[in-house]
Write a protein that binds this ligand. Sequence first.
Ligand SMILES: Nc1ncnc2c1ncn2[C@@H]1O[C@H](COP(=O)(O)OP(=O)(O)OP(=O)(O)O)[C@@H](O)[C@H]1O
Ligand SMILES: [Mg+2]
Length: 331
Amino acid sequence: MSGIIEFDRVSKFFPGAVRPAVDAVSLDVQEGHLVVLLGPSGCGKTTLMKMVNRLYEPTGGQIRVGGTEINRLKVTELRRKIGYVIQQVGLFPHMRINKNVGVVPKMLGWDKNRIEARVDELLELVGLPPAEYRSRYPGQLSGGQQQRVGLARALAADPTIMLMDEPFAAIDNITRTRLQDELLRIQGTVRKTILFVTHDVEEAIKLADEIVIMQEGKLIQYDTPLNILTNPSNEFVARLTGANDVLRRLSLQTAEAIMLPPGPETTSTFKQVSKNTDLREALGLLLSSREETLVVTDEDGKPVGRLTMDLVRSQTQPTGKKAVSATSTEN
Ligand SMILES: Nc1ncnc2c1ncn2[C@@H]1O[C@H](COP(=O)(O)OP(=O)(O)OP(=O)(O)O)[C@@H](O)[C@H]1O
Ligand SMILES: [Mg+2]
């Protein structure tokens, strides 16, 4: 299946540079997925993203959105399908929040009532009660609140694609966690295709359906968070994602601590583990087993519970993460 965004050997060579900022990247992003771009500073994440809405033009290769080569679309038409959220929110300081959020619908010529209704709906969605916030100026909001307004504004014209370049980077940990949870909640209802850049591995693991690992302009690995953590394609990926740390984290928990009650399948041929087995070992067994379930037993070998792949997987991720399908990646 081809993706809603297709990068086909896309390169970007800035004049005078010694190497391409983006180097022959091919990547299919599936509709409705949240794909995180992760990699060290200068590896080309922002450049790759800016080619999608044509803030930069590729020097090689092609990008298709919904099957259409983006050069065939008018820039205005393309950008109408694409919401863009950046770290420096870029709200217009002299405009009230409702005008900021309504900027794109207004450009599109929506009538006043429709814009007002849409603005209120979006402020509600991002957790800013309209009655309280719609008439304020950006300067009268905290950084986290401004970031929510930025998100609301990007969603205003209901784009199919969202580009988010380190949207939460400049925000304290607690607020960032809340914004991440809200993004997942919002994503649960609006299901956009999202390209999301971050430096923060925990954020990537929490949000991503798939992660793209980049290094010096090249795509190094594209897979689900679990597959990247359990099967990093090289030492660079392992170090960047702290893959070893996650396994270490798993190794600190026992099967007993998270097991589900025994199910009817405990009488079947599933592999067995003692309740004191650590989750790292259990994960290894699950991966080598043809089944998605292990039976947990007590000292006497009596079944006392079960472990499933989803359950162990959920322990590799901060809470609030949706289940990741290990089969959902194409590359
Ligand atoms: N407009 C530009 N002109 C020339 N070179 C550029 C331009 N924008 C980016 N570069 C170069 O391209 C490379 C990739 O930059 P890019 O901004 O895409 O990196 P990044 O992965 O987003 O980094 P960061 O994590 O620091 O934001 C860097 O070497 C950068 O110096
Ligand atoms: Mg960047």
